[in-house]
Each structure stands twice: as C-alpha cells, then as structure tokens.
Design a protein around this ligand. Structure first.
Ligand code: ATP
Length: 162
C-alpha cells in the first residue's frame, strides 16, 4: 500500500508545505532503508503535520501533542470507509476500516495491536479507533456505545489491562 509523493486527499492541514524533500507515505518506498532515512522521512512528514505513515500494512503514528482537527473531522470516517489500505493518505481510520471490513468479510475476530512507549499516544489512538469502529458499525457519529466502551478504559487501566 501507499503511493510515493502523493498526498492529495487529506492535506487540509498542509498549508506549511514548502519542503523539496520527497514525501513518502509508505516507508517501503524509501530508496535507502536505514534508521537515518526512516527517521528523516518521518520527521519531514511530521513537519507538515502528517503524523501517520505506513510501513506496508503497519501504521506509524507520531504524537503531535496537540489536537489536529484535520485528522479527526467526522468526514474522515466516511472518507476512509471501504477504501483499501494505502489508497488514501495514511490514517488511523484506514486501519480501523480494514479491521472492520475483514471481520465482516471473513467472519473472524480481528485484533489491532497498538505498541509504543509511555506517552506515545496509545490511549489516544485507541480512542480514535473505537470512535471509528462504533461509527462504522452504527452508521452514526453520536453513538452511546462509543461513550460506554471508552468509559471502560480507565477501569481496565486500573487493573493494568489497558
Ligand atoms: N493523535 C493525537 N492527537 C493529539 N494529541 C495526542 C495524540 N496522541 C497523543 N496525544 C497527546 O499525548 C498525550 C499522551 O498520550 P496517551 O495517553 O495516549 O499515551 P499512552 O501511550 O497511552 O501513554 P501511557 O503508556 O503512559 O498510558 C495525550 O494525553 C494527548 O494529549
């Protein structure tokens, strides 16, 4: 998945675009794969407020430490619905949609693993995933189910389960 250079679909927040550096939305497209080139590619994207990048079907998210409305506008759930991973710009809603569709198509439970160091944004990412999954399953954006699932988070965290 992922195309090199293109970021046409979800770039409302890219007003600061000015870099000449090639923009890779999938690290698999890097010509040279080293720790340095990977970090540089992620850094260049982060400067443009592109916090999500693919490494094939893995989604890398960098904590922006501020709310980015461009990413979490409700229209994005709809936009990423039924789209193959990599067709549109990297996004956590794309990961949610793929898991949801695969579950429905194959009738097999799906699992999304969120990994990262403390403070990297796992809980926040989990909330966005649940937001997207409840919206996809209920076809509504003001779901009580989302509130109930998210409400269970702090209780699970107390027992070290989240
Ligand atoms: N995608 C994001 N957009 C905006 N802010 C974010 C995002 N991800 C994380 N943050 C900010 O970073 C803070 C820490 O993130 P979060 O609590 O999700 O980290 P964590 O990986 O779950 O940490 P821990 O492992 O210590 O529980 C959040 O409270 C939020 O302010």
């Amino acid at each position: 998945p992922g195309q090199r250079g293109g970021d046409e679909q979800a770039n409302d927040g890219d007003n600061q675009e000015a870099s000449n550096t090639e923009d890779y939305d999938d690290l698999c497209n890097l010509e040279t794969v080293t720790e340095e080139s990977i970090l540089e590619a992620l850094r260049q994207r982060f400067y443009k407020l592109k916090i999500y990048t693919y490494a094939s079907n893995i989604l890398i998210a960098i904590n922006p430490n501020k709310f980015l409305p461009v990413y979490y506008n409700p229209k994005y759930v709809k936009m990423y619905e039924n789209q193959p991973l990599g067709k549109l710009n990297p996004h956590i809603f794309a990961a949610a949609d793929v898991a949801f569709r695969t579950m429905l198509n194959r009738q097999v439970n799906q699992c999304i693993v969120i990994s990262g160091e403390s403070g990297s944004g796992k809980t926040e990412s989990c909330s966005y995933l649940i937001h997207c999954l409840t919206a996809l399953s209920q076809k509504t954006y003001s779901s009580g189910l989302e509130r109930i699932i998210l409400g269970a988070g702090p209780v699970l965290a107390i027992f070290g389960l989240l």
